[in-house]
Design a binder for this molecule. Structure first.
Ligand code: HPA
Length: 273
């Protein structure tokens, strides 16, 4: 089946609404309050956050695709939190580098909004520019730089991004972990890792973490009226910050090692949203 989002004449917001209807039908949960996209290293948070009410293969939901990557889980889960709120956990991120276009990258976020979610929690694995950040360090995203040279917004859609990574939600995260560092995340298209010269460049531009996701999703979340909370897991020091060459296997491994600690942290934070 071809993905309906590949039809340029289709309305991506209507397709997101259909996807939200699919989720309601498959999960039996009429609306969700909070949505989370769990990137490298964060997946276990879904297990510890609350009680899984339903787990749905992403490929059965309108507009979703199978994950391109090992280490990325291709399901959506409905989780009942101890607070009584419902969370939609998206384990299937479509990356910009997959080449399917921006509409498919942000479809999960638009779907989350269409399920009723007013808070979007975006997580990722990233390279760290701060040499003090050991692999396994979680960092709160305070702002982003979108270096993809594209936008999920179409037409004359002017959206304010001043407080994109909500000050209110960041304050809650810091109540849970007072020494949580904050940083600016930069999204590059990838899929190659950066050269050391590029890492120096993005450092001059003001970035503290570098990765290949999140910024486009955050913009779409804001367009949809959601509050955004973002976290990077530093899986490695960015190229040239340490002399160790980067490998995807090491990135996945660092994520797995850090997973229990950061998942518990995220679950704790989500419990207070
Ligand atoms: N660069 C870009 N993306 C990444 C990195 C990195 O160093 N580590 C994990 N994702």
């Amino acid at each position: 089946m071809t993905n309906p989002l590949m039809d340029p004449a289709a309305n991506p917001h209507e397709i997101a609404k259909r996807a939200a209807d699919d989720i309601a039908r498959a999960s039996g949960v009429e609306r969700h309050d909070i949505a989370l996209t769990l990137g490298s290293g964060w997946a276990k948070a879904a297990d510890v956050m609350g009680e899984t009410v339903a787990e749905i293969p992403a490929t059965t939901i309108t507009g979703f695709s199978a994950p391109a990557l090992e280490g990325h889980v291709g399901t959506l889960r409905s989780v009942k939190l101890p607070s009584g709120k419902t969370a939609l956990v998206i384990g299937a991120r479509t990356h910009y580098y997959e080449g399917h276009g921006v509409r498919r990258v942000v479809h999960s976020v638009r779907t989350a909004a269409a399920t009723g979610a007013s808070i979007m929690v975006l997580t990722n694995g990233a390279g760290g520019l701060n040499p003090q950040w050991e692999p396994g360090t979680p960092v709160l995203i305070s702002d982003h730089i979108n270096m993809t040279a594209t936008s999920p917004l179409e037409g004359a859609t002017f959206i304010d991004l001043t407080d994109l990574y909500s000050t209110r939600l960041r304050r809650i995260a810091k109540e849970v972990k007072t020494d949580l560092d904050e940083g600016v995340y930069i999204q590059l298209p990838g899929p190659h890792y950066e050269t050391p010269a590029e890492v120096r460049m993005v450092g001059v531009l003001g970035a503290n973490m570098v990765g290949m996701s999140t910024a486009l999703e955050a913009i779409a979340a804001r367009e949809a009226g959601m509050e955004v909370l973002g976290f990077s897991l530093v899986t490695n020091l960015a190229a040239g910050i340490s002399d160790v060459p980067l490998s995807h296997d090491d990135v996945i491994e660092a994520g797995k090692t850090a997973e229990p600690v950061i998942s518990a942290l995220l679950a704790d934070i989500v419990g207070r949203l």
